[in-house]
Design a protein around this ligand. Sequence first.
Ligand SMILES: C[S@@+](CC[C@H](N)C(=O)[O-])C[C@H]1O[C@@H](n2cnc3c(N)ncnc32)[C@H](O)[C@@H]1O
Length: 279
Amino acid sequence: MNTDQEEFWDVSAGPAWVALQEQMDALMQPVLDLVLTHASLTPGMRVLDIGCGTGASVLDALEQVGEDGHVTGVDIATSMLALAQSRLDGRTNTDLIKADAQGHSFEGPLYDALISRFGVMFFDDSAAAFANMGRALEPGGVMTFAAWGPAPQNPFFMDPAAAAAEVLGRMPKVDRSLPGPFAFEDAERTCAMLETAGLVEIEADEIDLHLTPQGSLTDVANLCCDIGPADRALRHFEADEAQRAALGTAIAARFAAYVQGDRVRIPACINLFTARKSA
Ligand SMILES: C[S@@+](CC[C@H](N)C(=O)[O-])C[C@H]1O[C@@H](n2cnc3c(N)ncnc32)[C@H](O)[C@@H]1O
């Protein structure tokens, strides 16, 4: 089904995310906090975490559901799950499933809640995927997930993309509504799709926050060369080390506007969705 995404996440993006796990988690912690605040998990709950990646959200959800709760992480990429597994070793109230969440037959007891930080924008049929994930929820269970809001309000993507166009050349145009980081930037369209999936009490909030990457301006620019649009452009143009360095410099020049003291604080806009399985 989502074989292109499996290849992308397991082989292309996965190893970079694994190598950069600490930086990525620090960068995106405000988004995880947002998801968990809205999900209102309570002790004893059984939680399904979709596209759990290297496991940060599983760990934080475990804190909230306590010893009597349980968190299952699902991800399509073996490379991401291997790191998640090592971070969870020794814990008994959690498990990880290597699966495409769009078609996987979830077995065993149903879940009280579903959460996801940026893990649900990659399905070739999102309505089918949400209907499938809904089947894994108890009646009345709630899905809470974060997706990137409108691209123009997300310089973490737009600035590296613009810098790459300047330094390397224009990339082929992509349809942002296809599986990818901005698949759910149009909240109205996403809500309609959740309705098609049979969910009720659907809500979308556009939330402004700041991403808080670790390190200096140069560190953050280098991070952006390893992931996202700059990484894609470097691969596309088969860039050499000098071009990579020039791109890092161009990204740093754009991100300089976000330096506050010794930190880079990048404004971001997140679409936060909640939807309930009918009781
Ligand atoms: C942007 S990363 C986010 C990872 C993690 N949630 C985090 O915030 O650190 C997207 C994740 O979704 C996973 N993913 C993509 N398509 C998937 C699918 N069809 N089923 C399950 N996981 C999927 C990827 O392997 C990747 O780990």
